[in-house]
Design a protein around this ligand. Sequence first.
Ligand code: CAA
Length: 263
Amino acid sequence: MTTPSYENVRYEIDGFIATVTIAREKALNALNRHTLNEIGWALREADGDARVRVVILTGAGEKAFVAGADISEMSEQNATEARSFAAAGRNIGDILENMTKPVIAAVNGFALGGGCELALACDFVYASDKAKFGQPEVNLGVIPGFGGTQRLPRRIGAGRAMELILTGDVINAEEAYRIGLVNRIVPGAELLAETRKTADKIAAKGPLAIAYARRAVRKAAELNLPAGNDLEAELFALLFATADQKEGMRAFIAKRPAKFEGK
Ligand code: CAA
């Protein structure tokens, strides 16, 4: 099923999986403000839709996931407008952070600047063997503005993040895999199908368990160990008040597959 009301985004639901495709191919899917808004709407739509259990975020075409924030649009901005534009990009990161459903980035080509930052804000990244990653903002006389200086060091460590951000180097999928930016490299033609397999695997689990596991892992980056363990204990206990926990454990004991309903 496709929702036709977006201009630069395709939103499709198939089974438990929503696919959000950034589709502005003439500009290599670069993120102008309107596209950012549409991505935010699509993610919120997926989060609010009880049919959806996992989201895949990808780019249209074979060349780019997202080639960055839109340089034509930024070139005209003053500082106030740039702050507001960065806030719109940050908003997508915040939505991804706080959603109840996992989002997998399927990076099909260039993920530069805001594109790399978008992939980083997803739960994990699968990449085509043709994918390329980088934070080339310094080449334009600016710095990452959609969370790159914060999320990249958290994902790959301060030294590697510093090198990428200060040199503006663009790295290939192999290197991105080696440094932990990418979980898996897949031949381009199989990227969506492979991502879908993982999405289906996650979608077959208890949706509440997935939501709480995701929340606990996300919070690990913010909390100290005792506070993180406290949160985990609360979420673990809370799941014992759900039908999915009863179903999961009864199914195990009865030696049958569990059927989870997210209740
Ligand atoms: N913004 C706007 N338009 C872009 C764009 C971007 N980030 N990236 C590519 N495009 C446009 C090009 O201007 C070109 O348009 P025209 O056909 O109208 O000229 C079209 O997409 C195709 O691009 P190229 O002809 O450049 O394609 P290429 O194969 O020669 O090069 C590329 C591909 C290496 C990705 C090159 O397009 C490029 O370097 N793009 C910019 C990458 C970049 O600097 N991204 C960071 C932006 S800053 C940022 O993102 C800030 C932030 O953190 C918020």
